[in-house]
Write a protein that binds this ligand. Sequence first.
Ligand code: SF4
Length: 292
Amino acid sequence: MTLQTHPAKWWVREKESIRCFLCPRHCLLSEGKIGYCGARVNSGGELRTYSYGWPVAIQVDPIEKKPLYHFLPGTKIFSIGTFGCNLGCVFCQNYSLSRGKYLSGQDYRFFEPSEIVALAEQHRCESIAFTYNEPTIFAEYAMEIAALAHAKGLKTVFVSNGFTGLEPAKEIYSLIDAANIDVKGFSEEFYRTLCGGSLQPVLELVELIRKMGVHIELTNLVIPGKNDSDEMLDAYLDWVENKLGLETPLHFSAYHPDFQYNDSPPTPPELLRKIRAHAQARGFVHVHLGNI
Ligand code: SF4
């Protein structure tokens, strides 16, 4: 059985092809072609998504695992993810989902948005997270779930790489209460060479959703020798301080060699502690370490 697809939003026709503008990659797709994310396809001259209704990961987590430490602390969060990703990080720590091939539809099933919300209630979760893989690429599904969740009094969370088009983001985040955004390294070169993307759209997304009133926590996966220089760290902290303020929760987490990347050793805990001490000395109030 192959997956049923669902009509996708955020695209325009360009001659015989389709331009998707859900994320800054703006894939141009001829008939039958699947986007970079692996989740959206030009089918019969329309953009359709493989991600609507087919979560491949469903779990109840403590909200601190997202990580969110300053939003509904001590509660459970119903967490779902699909497959695919719109970035191509060579060090991906979750590549079985981000680069996984699930188009066969085997071993998992369709869930209506209302079923996800009902399951969250059954498990006494106060919120629902769109997480594990990049939720931007299953935004149509997430938005329907989020609207139903709000109607039931549940909060909604995006755990995202922030690589989302600003116009779609205005719609998506109007239904999202809190987000953990992964700022992977504070340079364009880092994003270009190791993530196949760009930093600037991520920063613009964070600034947009802050203005929209979304609770924001930021995560940075620290890769020794790649994104941990004093200059890069200070540039990151300067930007957070200027745009979001010193109260912004920051998470620095340990990396381990994975997927296509083996050039850096696992992050030593003492490096994370040094970064935390530096951020705290600069006045950041909420600095958390992860994966140690
Ligand atoms: S969401 Fe997917 S198909 Fe759309 S532009 Fe981004 S990578 Fe391409």
